[in-house]
Design a binder for this molecule. Structure first.
Ligand SMILES: Cc1cc2nc3c(=O)[nH]c(=O)nc-3n(C[C@H](O)[C@H](O)[C@H](O)COP(=O)(O)O)c2cc1C
Length: 381
C-alpha cells in the first residue's frame, strides 16, 4: 500500500513492527480517554472556507528561537525510535533536516545525541527528562551543548510513567524473562523484515544517552526500568536554575496544560512551552491539548513561544493549531508510525503529505502566511 495519509502509515507500521512496539507507539494511558480527545477535538473544529482571494503565493515558513522552519511542524521527542527502524533516530533526523524542520531527540533514544548530530549534519533539539542523578544530568546537558543542540525541551509531565494497559497486555512491561524471550521469538518470526533490519543490523540496542549511567542489566527493558526508577519527582521551577548552570541556550517547557503553570513558566524565564499531555500517555482524563491551547496562548503568547502537540494527524490539524495560537506544532505518533513503516523515506513522505495538506488548508481559508494564522480562519458559529 502506498500511504496517502498519516493513518495509512499507522497501518503500515502495524504490519511491519513487532506487536509490542506497535502497541507501545499507538497506545495511551489507562482508558485512553485523553488520547481519543486529542484527536476528536481537533477533528471537531471547523475551518472557514474562503474563495476568490488570489492565493498564488503562500508562505508556510515560521521563525522561532533563532531558527527558520520551512513549515510550522517539528518531530516531537519519541523514545526508543531506534527499535522502529535501523538506527531510527538518525533516519528521522535526516528526514527532518531534509525538509527543513526541527527534530527533538528524546533522552531515551537508542542513538546518542552525537550519533544523530553526525548523521543528520544538523544537531537536533534535545529533550530532557530530569533524573535523580544530577551529576549525570549535568554531563548530559554538557553533551547536548557540545553537540550544538539549539534548543532544550525540558519535559515536565512525566514525574513517573502513567500506566499503559496495552504495554502490560503485550508483555512490553512487567513480563518475566521467559515470557519476554517467547514474545520476542514469536515477534521475530512473524516480522522478518524488522528482524533483519532492526534486530540484526540495528545494534547496539542500548539507550545511547544514558547507557553510561545504567549499571544493572543490558536489555532495553532493563534500561526502561532503570529510567522509571530514576525519574525525579521532586522537580520544581527552581530546578531551571540548575539546568541553566550548564545550558545557556533557549529552554522550552514541554507538558504544560494549565494557564497557571504557563504563567509560572514565563516567570521562571523559559523561552517557550509546549502545550502537551504527552500524547494522552500520562494523566488520562485531562483535557485535549487543542482545548487548552487558546487559553494558554491568550495568557502567555506575548511572553514566550507557544507550541502544541497531541492528536495532530494532518496538515489541516496543523492549521487549526496555528489558528488557535500555536507558533508551530509537533507530531509524535505520525513520525513514529512512518519510521516503522519504512524509515527515512517514509518519514520524508509523511512530512510532504503534511505540507501538501497544509497548503490546501491555507489556500482554501485565505491564509497567505503561517505567521499570520489566527482565529478568523475558524468557523466559530
Ligand atoms: C512512542 C512514544 C514515545 C514517546 N516518548 C517521549 C519521550 O521520550 N519524551 C517526551 O518528552 N515525550 C515523549 N512522547 C510524547 C511526544 O513527545 C508527544 O508529546 C506526543 O506523542 C504528541 O502526541 P501525538 O503522538 O498524538 O502526536 C512519546 C510519545 C510516543 C507516542
Amino acid at each position: 500500500m502506498r500511504a496517502a495519509s498519516v493513518s495509512d502509515f499507522r497501518e503500515l507500521a502495524r504490519r511491519r513492527l513487532p506487536h509490542i512496539f506497535f502497541e507501545y507507539i499507538d497506545g495511551g494511558s489507562y482508558a485512553e480517554e485523553t488520547l481519543r480527545r486529542n484527536v476528536a477535538d481537533l477533528e471537531a473544529i471547523a475551518l472557514r472556507q474562503r474563495v476568490m482571494r488570489d492565493m498564488s503565493a503562500i508562505d508556510m515558513s515560521v521563525e522561532t528561537l533563532g531558527q527558520t522552519l520551512t513549515m510550522p511542524v517539528g518531530l516531537a521527542p519519541v523514545g526508543m525510535a531506534g527499535m522502529y527502524a535501523r538506527r531510527g533516530e538518525t533516519q528521522a533526523a535526516r528526514a527532518a533536516a531534509g525538509v527543513g524542520i526541527p527534530m527533538c531527540l528524546s533522552t531515551v533514544s537508542l542513538c546518542s545525541i552525537e550519533e544523530v548530530a553526525a548523521a543528520a549534519g544538523t544537531p537536533p533539539w534535545f529533550q530532557l527528562y530530569m533524573l535523580k542523578d544530577r551529576g549525570y544530568m549535568r554531563e548530559l546537558l554538557g553533551r547536548a551543548k557540545t553537540a550544538g543542540c539549539p534548543v532544550l525541551a525540558f519535559t515536565v509531565d512525566l514525574p513517573l510513567p502513567g500506566s499503559r494497559y496495552r504495554d502490560v497486555r503485550s508483555g512490553f512491561t512487567g513480563a518475566t524473562p521467559l515470557q519476554t524471550m517467547l514474545t520476542r521469538a514469536k515477534d521475530g518470526v512473524l516480522h522478518p523484515g524488522w528482524t533483519w533490519d532492526v534486530f540484526m543490523k540495528g545494534r547496539p540496542h542500548a539507550l545511547g544517552n544514558v547507557q553510561a549511567a545504567v549499571t544493572e542489566g543490558r536489555r532495553i527493558t532493563d534500561y526502561m526500568a532503570w529510567i522509571g526508577r530514576n525519574f525525579d519527582r521532586s522537580v520544581t521551577w527552581k530546578d531551571l536554575d540548575f539546568v541553566r548552570e550548564v545550558w545557556d541556550g533557549p529552554i522550552v517547557i514541554k507538558g504544560v496544560l494549565d494557564v497557571e503553570d504557563a504563567r509560572d513558566a514565563v516567570k521562571a524565564g523559559a523561552q517557550g512551552l509546549v502545550v502537551s499531555n504527552h500524547g494522552g500517555r500520562q494523566l488520562d482524563g485531562v483535557s485535549s491539548t487543542i482545548a487548552a491551547l487558546p487559553r494558554i496562548a491568550d495568557a502567555v503568547g506575548g511572553d514566550l513561544e507557544v507550541f502544541m502537540d497531541g492528536g495532530v494527524r494532518s496538515g489541516l490539524d496543523v492549521l487549526k493549531a496555528l489558528a488557535l495560537g500555536a507558533k508551530a506544532c509537533f507530531v509524535g505518533r505520525a513520525w513514529a508510525w512512518a519510521l516503522g513503516a519504512g524509515g527515512e523515506a517514509q518519514v520524508t513522505r509523511m512530512l510532504e503529505i503534511l505540507r501538501a495538506e497544509l497548503a490546501v488548508a491555507m489556500i482554501l481559508t485565505g491564509c497567505t502566511s503561517a505567521r499570520q494564522a489566527g482565529r478568523t480562519l475558524l468557523d466559530q458559529r
